[in-house]
Design a protein around this ligand. Structure first.
Ligand SMILES: Nc1nc2c(c(=O)[nH]1)N[C@H]1C(S)=C(S)[C@@H](COP(=O)(O)O)O[C@H]1N2
Ligand SMILES: [Mo]
Length: 325
């Protein structure tokens, strides 16, 4: 497997501008005194302690190492403003602007993650304890929504394979299942059962979860995740359509049966379990051959497995990708 840990010198020139822009944003935040103020509160040393500073505050993450990045010539990072204002998060409404507009009252701290099912050492963990044994890495990934738009986002997260190994799933565990928090008081969309059945559920085959590309993200653009992007913990599996990347996770279960993931339950004729990005399998109502990169004028061709074919195709060697979607 060819996940490599890039040195700063490996950053291609086309990436430097956007990266530079968001790092400068951080400097700007520093110059307004936020970083100094938070140091006084006692964090900044330990990456995994007290990640969250408060609602609506850009909280920088420290002790992050550079992780995997494999992007083409024409893949500049999407501006932060777009990635944090054009979202799908139906718990806060179905419009693209709804999550940014309605997620202000949501409280991503304190947060507990329950790990249960077929594993040796599950339990209920405060988020800091859940994250503590793991290294934070920045991973710049493409995100391809099944609706045929895409972005390039620098996530910060931990390896999902490391998380799986830590909890020691038993031999009978074949899948990993994730659940989003249920808080209708803070999530206006959850007050209606006509939007989706709650909680939002997603899952992966255990070997997919072990692929080095899979991460659980806690940040983006050098900072703690904004609420609308799935704070404080969300999945990121970049070779799959966006809906697999479940947000605001409170429960991780090791299970024997394939999880009933929300979109496949609601519209099985349109959405499946695997949901691998595939230009050759159209959505029943639109083509998947091309996509609109947010910020671009012209559409671009959709890449098999969203451009990560080399890394993941062996997972599906004996599957018919046309029918088993
Ligand atoms: N809990 C939950 N997770 C979710 C969704 C949702 O509605 N609820 N939408 C999904 C879809 S369709 C996409 S495209 C991505 C969007 O992630 P982003 O807003 O961070 O770009 O989140 C996914 N995760
Ligand atoms: Mo999506």
């Amino acid at each position: 497997m060819l996940i490599r840990h890039a040195k700063p010198s490996d950053v291609a020139s086309h990436e430097i501008t956007p990266r530079d822009v968001y790092l400068r944003r951080r400097d700007m935040i520093a110059s307004t005194g936020l970083i100094a103020g938070s140091m006084a509160l006692g964090w900044g040393g330990d990456a995994n302690a007290a990640l969250y500073q408060g609602p609506g505050v850009h909280t920088p993450l420290t002790n992050v190492v550079e992780g995997y990045r494999k992007l083409g010539e024409k893949d500049p990072v999407t501006p932060y403003e777009a990635a944090s204002s054009y979202n799908n998060f139906y718990e806060f409404g179905t419009g693209k602007e709804d999550p940014a507009e309605n997620s202000g009252p949501f409280k991503p701290r304190p947060w507990t993650v329950t790990v249960d099912g077929l594993c040796a050492n599950g339990g209920v963990f405060d988020l800091d304890d859940f994250l503590k044994p793991h290294q934070l890495e920045e991973r710049i990934y493409r995100l391809r929504c099944v609706e045929a738009w895409s972005m390039v986002i620098p996530w910060i997260g931990i390896s999902l394979a490391d998380v799986v190994n830590r909890f020691e799933p038993s031999g009978s565990a074949k899948y990993i299942q994730f659940e989003t928090v249920e808080r209708p008081e803070e999530m206006n969309g959850q007050r209606s059962r006509f939007i989706l059945p709650w909680p939002y559920v997603e899952g992966l085959r255990l070997d997919e979860a072990m692929n080095p590309l899979a991460i659980l993200a806690v940040g983006m653009y050098g900072e703690v995740l904004p609420n609308q992007n799935g704070a404080p913990l969300r999945l990121m599996v970049p070779w799959k359509y966006g809906f697999k990347n479940i947000k605001s996770i409170v429960r991780i279960s090791f299970v024997e049966q394939r999880p009933k993931n929300t979109w496949a339950v609601v519209t099985p004729s349109e959405y499946g379990f695997y949901a691998n990005v595939n230009p050759k399998v159209d959505h029943p109502r639109w083509s998947q051959r091309s996509e609109r990169r947010i910020g671009d004028f012209l559409r671009r061709e959709t890449l098999m497995f969203n451009g990560y074919e080399e890394e993941v195709s062996s997972l599906y060697a004996d599957m018919n990708l046309k029918t088993n979607f």
